[in-house]
Design a protein around this ligand. Structure first.
Ligand code: NAP
Length: 247
């Protein structure tokens, strides 16, 4: 698969879905800046794996919920791996609770990392993409942002926000050679879902027509498709990668 020219930024690339996306982009020959917030060792292992396979990569620390850190992060990423053609807004957190018990801080944190972070990173890379008249932005949403989920009002609101953001920005930049799409994963086996109680995990499994949890690589395959040179006429879309869960 041939990707568009330029380097890539993957936020939350140290673990889980972001890690699989970074490795796949690296395998396809794109230089990758891997954002992480705490797990420096894991992020550097991802970068080292890409370099060991003959690619180019750098691990760079950032808290995507802090606008000033994001500007420095994007500047450091371009310096390390070159002009950014691909942005994957993947960094995300959950703080689940029924609404009556939801702490205001848990609402704010989830919105700040998932939604504000997507806005900050996108704004920081967009000017360069507009100048070069080329870019691919892929936002990691969730099936929960489409269908809702009890106990996740904060997370569902953030992910629904990402979908509205995706479709609106897609319309703003379509004539500039930039596509903006979202991938909505279902239940993917990562640290995020490992923390769910076993009975909840089993309930999900029973509802997935494919009969298995998703793998981070399943999501990475959809993301890299949107970044391919041949996907230039696809924009403003939300692709569920969920084994049929949300049918
Ligand atoms: P994960 O395993 O918990 O990894 C989260 C990643 O985000 C880590 O790399 C983490 O960095 C980074 N991160 C967290 N807070 C950050 C911040 N403030 N600034 C920068 N980076 C930050 O999660 P995952 O399951 O791979 O999920 C990745 C994305 O997919 C998220 O947006 C999530 O909402 C979405 N998603 C996941 C599922 C699923 O079933 N797993 C389903 C639907 C959507 P550190 O390693 O440094 O902490």
């Amino acid at each position: 698969m041939e990707l568009i020219p330029g380097s890539a930024v993957v936020t939350g690339g140290s673990r889980g879905i972001g890690r699989a996306i970074a490795l796949r982009l690296g395998q396809l020959g794109t230089p990758v800046a891997i954002g992480y917030t705490r797990n420096v060792d894991k992020a550097e292992q991802v970068a080292a794996a890409i370099v060991a396979a003959g690619g180019k990569a750098a691990a760079i620390q950032v808290d995507v919920s802090k606008a000033e850190q994001v500007d420095e992060f994007i500047a450091a990423a371009s310096q390390a791996v070159g002009p950014i053609g691909i942005l994957i807004n993947n960094a995300g957190i959950t703080r689940d609770s029924l609404l009556l018990r939801l702490q205001k801080q848990a609402w704010a944190d989830v919105l700040a990392t998932n939604l504000d972070g997507t806005f900050y990173c996108t704004q920081a890379v967009l000017r360069g993409m507009v100048k070069r008249r080329s870019g691919r932005i892929v936002n990691i949403a969730s099936v929960v942002g489409i269908h809702g989920n009890a106990g996740q009002t904060n997370y569902a609101a953030a992910k629904a926000g990402i979908i509205g953001f995706t479709k609106s920005l897609a319309q703003e930049v379509a004539k500039r050679g930039i596509t903006v799409n979202a991938v909505a994963p279902g239940f993917i086996a990562t640290d995020m879902t490992a923390s769910l109680p076993a009975n909840i995990q089993d309930q999900y499994l029973n509802k997935i027509p494919s009969g298995r949890y998703g793998k981070p690589e399943d999501v990475a395959a959809a993301v890299t498709f949107f970044c391919s040179a041949s996907a230039g006429y696809i924009t403003g879309q939300v692709l569920s990668v969920d084994g049929g869960l949300s049918m």
